[in-house]
Design a protein around this ligand. Structure first.
Ligand code: HSE
Length: 424
């Protein structure tokens, strides 16, 4: 009935949950029946006194009044069990939980199909950017050949500050923490785990085949220096933390997470600060990029509440299920191992500053069929070592690794500082 309110249960009142309540509390279309919090004594920016509040999240999942369970607690425990139980009780789900969808999506969507309920998760990737619905509906006419995203605001902020202020990674991280853009424990962000969850989800939508998060190759940004950023710019690139998903040469998918040299002319190169952007190449649409705030209270709540409003209208349709049943495919695609991928490479070495060093490096690369694009030496350090940077042409990673193994054995090599991939 059009006049009937849709009844909601909300699990989690952190940053996103607070935004969701702010957007919905006076909306006459909805009734918030029950809210679960971890700590009922904590003071909050939203007044919960007019709501039924519990610390028992499962009681929201099983509450017979509730039509849609809104899960904005994040993490696996207790979110996964809460969502499982809610689905089993016939409730629809709106969630912002990237980790849960990335790791348990196939199981949850199978359960939802069995129970004839819907799971929406627009907020799980890219915060306020309407990205999931774009992949699920707007781009259905396309064969997707690439999804490449800056989907972690923390690392994009750190890299931007390193570039602009010539900061080391540690300094930029400390500054990001002080500004509230990085967690006290930043590991999931700076080591790429957060991006792995997000690119797993995008990949499963773009290629209708889920992947195992743990199989996704990850390289963090902790070894990048401001020198790498400066030299990359001299070569015509900016370094961005990228989640990449594209078809491999066979049935496997090429899905990975690593800092990447992006050509200055590419739309992703211009994305700064905490912003997110997702570049998609489709067979009919060509190249598009969606850009905007990838985190934050109201941008993320915008995506959650958008899902709630869409779902609330859809469940009133007599035959909603056939149209409105987005899914994460159960079939698990294999991922191309990183040494089988092809890229350009930026490599920084520390070597002895003696005659013939650049020649020996060139010989090692030549021995393994790696063609060099540029080689440059940046002065001599106080300890007498030389910093040598080189850029390769497109080549299979296995060949680069074999050359680096040979270089490691050379007497003049002090250190292989960093190996970064170039987007081609
Ligand atoms: N830590 C994440 C980011 C939050 O920096 O983008 C949003 O998922």
């Amino acid at each position: 009935m059009a006049s009937e309110k849709t009844r909601l249960g909300i699990v989690g009142v952190g940053t996103v949950g607070t935004g969701v309540i702010q957007l919905l509390e006076d909306d006459p279309r909805f009734e918030i029946c029950r809210i679960a919090v971890k700590d009922a004594t904590r003071s909050r920016e939203v007044d919960l006194s007019r709501f039924e509040v519990t610390t028992d999240a499962l009681s929201v999942a099983t509450d017979p009044r509730i039509d849609i369970l809104v899960e904005v607690a994040g993490g696996i425990n207790p979110a996964l069990e809460v969502v499982r139980q809610a689905i089993s009780c016939g409730k629809h789900i709106v969630t912002a939980n990237k980790e849960m969808i990335a790791k348990h999506g196939p199981e949850l969507f199978a359960l939802a199909a069995e129970r004839q309920v819907t799971i929406l998760f627009e907020a799980a990737v890219g915060g306020g950017i309407p990205l999931i619905s774009t992949l699920q509906r707007g781009l259905l006419a396309n064969r997707i050949s690439r999804v490449a995203g800056i989907v972690n605001g923390t690392t994009n902020y750190i890299l931007t500050r390193m570039e602009r202020e010539h900061l080391g990674f540690g300094q930029a991280l400390t500054e990001a923490q002080a500004a509230g853009y990085a967690e006290a424990d930043p590991t999931d962000d700076v080591e790429g785990r957060d991006v792995a969850y997000k690119i797993a989800i995008l990949s499963s939508l773009a290629f209708q085949s889920s992947v195992e998060v743990e199989e996704i190759y990850r390289q963090g940004i902790t070894r990048i220096t401001d020198l790498d950023i400066r030299l990359s710019a001299e070569f015509g690139y900016r370094i961005k933390m990228i989640g990449l998903a594209q078809p491999g040469d066979d049935t496997r998918l090429d899905v990975r997470v690593h800092p990447t040299l992006i050509p200055l002319g590419h739309p992703l190169a211009g994305v700064d600060g905490v912003n997110n952007a997702i570049f998609i190449k489709g067979s009919a649409v060509g190249e598009i990029m969606l850009f905007g705030p990838g985190a934050g209270r109201l941008p993320t709540a915008s995506a959650v509440v958008g899902d709630i409003i869409n779902l609330a209208s859809a469940i009133r349709l007599p035959d909603f299920a056939s149209y409105f049943q987005p899914t994460i495919a159960p079939h698990a695609a294999r991922i191309l191992p990183i040494d089988e991928t092809e890229n350009g490479y930026y490599i920084r070495f520390q070597t002895m500053d003696v005659p013939g060093v650049i020649g020996s490096l060139g010989t090692a690369f030549g021995n393994h069929g790696v063609s060099l694009h540029s080689v440059t030496q940046k002065g001599v350090a106080a300890d007498g070592s030389a910093t040598i940077i080189l850029l390769t042409h497109r080549v299979r990673e296995r060949q680069v690794q074999a050359a680096l193994e040979e270089i490691r054995q050379q007497a003049t090599t002090r250190e292989i500082g960093v190996v970064l991939r170039v987007l081609i």
